[in-house]
Design a protein around this ligand. Structure first.
Ligand code: AHR
Length: 508
């Protein structure tokens, strides 16, 4: 039995947890866009203008705040003009990154914007820096966001949409240190300034431009970008500023360093489980590392930090296309998500957005589809149970004592992690027990407000390899939880091994 004993002052506010930390990512990769979202208007699967209704409803239920598209690596070879106009006339292309398949461009700008409308999510478009031009990116923004009689707004109107859309988030390339052009930090920093200059704000649409930042812990890349902000006209949010407002980084969790053997999603050993958790915890050190560099150049945190690709990356499911990155999703994935969210919440002063990779049928997905059938993954349930943290005020947990740690061959990691936040007269406590074998008890003295336990739920299963399939869709699903109780001013929660739980409190 491991324990954590802490104090939380509900009348002392930490940073606001930006709802965009719960963002998503959908790339033209494998069965994410095609089959996952887009089935076409003539499909027997129930759809709205070609977009499947079941997936949209499932994602609406977890309040998806934003959706990043069209990539990933695909973004830097995507030419948006090929994806507008009558579908039967759109040229096709080869998706060289993902399976070398022919992409017919039937899902393009209008389809993506319609998907965002159906989801009630803000669009986050990644523009092409690697193989595109400044003019191409600038025209895309004009096409999307400008009204009146400009050339691109006229073209949009000819394609059936008279009003411009609102596009709040704009990515300037993707992984330009790798698939987005193999650039150095210095080269990219120059280009980011150039491209961002022509990402114009039309008709009151204010773009939040996100520079493609480093891989993992490449602090040199972050520092090179940050050094350039003074030459871009000062703090990122002032009207004078003529560049980007945030920088992004990516971090994936595997069970090994061998890219050819990342580990199976479902058949893993105890050693691989520990390896996974050691690596998942690196997100903490990496976020803090980037924050430290950014603080040195921008102490007021005007420039945002964005983690626009994160999650687990395992070997593909046996028998599936290696270029499609289709993987199952177990309770282990859900625990990795719980841990990431606690780290994201703790760094919410600087970290303004995060996007799990990816939403449907690719990597650490929310939803897996099989023809007309759909399965919600354990990770989906963490997003659902944590939805109350979106735009809530965080309340830092001061740990008085904790004996919750794993130490072994793979390294060491904390096995208990928690977040407390509040909004609109209620509080949400999330708790993740990473101890694969043992139960845990968390005791939190909650001060400063009168509170009552309103509801508690737990995501648990006899085995950490448990996962959902079309035959057993609820093998891992949230259940009512009787492990949370009040002792005086203390909330006591008894967690089963390898579990995630949430406790909702009413405040007065
Ligand atoms: O999410 C899959 C790929 O991982 C993305 O296309 C790329 O940006 C990253 O390397």
């Amino acid at each position: 039995m491991t324990t954590l004993d802490g104090v939380v002052d509900l009348d002392v506010s930490g940073a606001t947890i930006n709802r965009h930390l719960y963002g998503h990512f959908a790339e033209h990769l494998g069965r994410c866009i095609y089959e996952g979202f887009w089935v076409g208007e003539d499909s027997e699967i129930q759809n709205s203008g070609g977009i499947r209704d079941d997936v949209v409803q499932a994602l609406k239920d977890i309040a998806v705040p934003n959706l990043r598209w069209p990539g990933g690596c695909f973004a830097d070879e995507y030419h948006w003009m090929n994806g507008v106009g009558p579908r039967e006339e759109r040229p096709s292309m080869v998706n060289t990154h993902w399976g070398d398949v022919v992409e017919d461009n039937s899902f393009g700008t209008h389809e993506f914007m319609r998907l965002c409308e159906l989801l009630g999510a803000d669009p986050y478009v990644s523009g092409n820096v690697g193989s595109g031009t400044v003019a191409e990116m600038s025209d895309w923004i004009e096409y999307l966001t400008r009204s009146g009689d400009a050339p691109m707004s006229r073209l949009r109107r000819e394609h059936g949409r008279s009003e411009p859309w609102k596009v709040p988030f704009w990515g300037i390339g993707n992984e330009n240190w790798g698939c987005g052009g193999n650039m150095t930090a210095e080269q990219y920093t120059q280009l980011a300034a150039q491209f961002a200059t022509y990402c114009r704000n039309h008709d009151g649409n204010e773009l939040y431009r996100i520079a493609a930042g480093p891989n993992r812990d490449d602090y040199h890349w972050t520092e090179t970008l940050m050094k350039s902000i003074s030459s871009l006209g000062g703090p990122a949010r002032t009207p004078k500023h003529n560049g980007w407002q945030a920088l992004s980084f990516h971090y994936y969790t595997h069970a090994s360093d061998d890219w050819q053997h990342k580990g199976s999603a479902t058949e893993f050993t105890a050693a691989e489980y520990h390896e996974t958790m050691v690596r998942a915890w690196r997100i903490d050190e990496i976020v803090r590392g980037h924050v430290r560099v950014m603080d040195a150049y921008d102490p007021e945190a005007a420039v945002g930090l964005v983690c626009d690709e994160w999650g687990t990356w395992w070997d593909v499911e046996p028998g599936t296309n290696p270029g499609f990155l289709f993987q199952q999703n177990t309770l282990r994935d859900a625990l990795v998500a719980g841990l990431h969210f606690d780290v994201f919440h703790e760094n919410a002063r600087r970290l303004v957005m995060a996007n799990i990779a990816q939403t449907v049928n690719v990597l650490q997905a929310m939803v897996l589809t099989d023809g007309a059938r759909m399965v919600l993954t354990p990770t989906y349930h963490v997003f659902a149970m944590n939805a109350g943290h979106q735009d809530a005020t965080s309340h830092p947990v001061q740990v008085r004592s904790a004996d919750a740690a794993y130490e072994g061959e793979q390294g060491s990691y904390r096995t208990l992690t928690t977040t407390v936040s509040s909004k609109d007269g209620s509080a949400l406590v999330s708790l993740t027990n990473l101890d694969v074998d043992g139960p845990a008890t968390v005791r939190l003295a909650l001060r400063g407000k009168v509170w009552e336990v309103a509801r508690a739920r737990v995501l648990a299963a006899p085995s950490v390899q448990a996962h959902n399939t079309v035959e057993a869709p609820d093998a891992v699903a949230p259940a009512q939880f009787d492990g949370a109780r009040r002792e005086g001013d203390t909330l006591v929660v008894d967690l089963p091994p390898h579990s995630f739980a949430t406790v909702e409190l009413t405040l007065s």
